[in-house]
Design a protein around this ligand. Structure first.
Ligand code: HEC
Length: 120
């Protein structure tokens, strides 16, 4: 019994550490060859408009933070909830150090982009 209790405690500590370190333990992005047509189009939009500043498939920051696992986390870097509305808002109006990019894309392209970002 004591061994089981100790194992459970150790497991709890590991889980807490995983939660604290965040992105390192997130499930990996969907492989590119398994994306739907819409997600694949969103990937192209991402390459054209976001990839110069944000990595999508690794955790390393570029000009901005990595967006890998963006919708698998509860919060964005700013502390705003990680949901479609807030991410779309960042795309359309920009952030303090990020240009507003909404006007560079059609509404459909923005939707496809979000669909892709949900696979990260
Ligand atoms: C010129 C560089 C640049 C480009 C291009 C860029 N970003 Fe950013 N982005 C940043 C920087 C820098 C930050 C973090 C600092 C800040 O909030 O201004 C950021 C922050 C963000 C955030 C976090 C917002 C928050 O509330 O924490 C999201 C989401 C985001 N970018 C998405 C995108 C998407 C999607 C694209 C492509 C459409 C994109 N960015 C293109 C530089 C860029």
């Amino acid at each position: 019994m004591r061994e089981i209790a100790a194992a459970m405690t150790a497991m709890g500590v590991v889980l807490m550490m995983a939660a604290a370190t965040g992105c390192k333990k997130l499930p990996p992005p969907t492989p590119l060859d398994q994306l739907t047509a819409q997600q694949t189009h969103g990937y192209e939009v991402y390459q054209a408009h976001c990839a110069s500043c944000h990595n999508d498939r690794t955790n390393d920051p570029l000009n901005g933070q990595s967006l890998r696992g963006i919708f698998k986390k509860q919060y964005l870097t700013s502390g705003a909830p990680a949901n479609d509305d807030r991410v779309m808002n960042a795309i359309i109006v920009g952030r303090p150090m990020m240009p507003a990019l909404g006007g560079d894309m059609t509404p459909q392209e923005r939707e496809d982009l979000l669909a892709y970002m949900h696979t990260l």
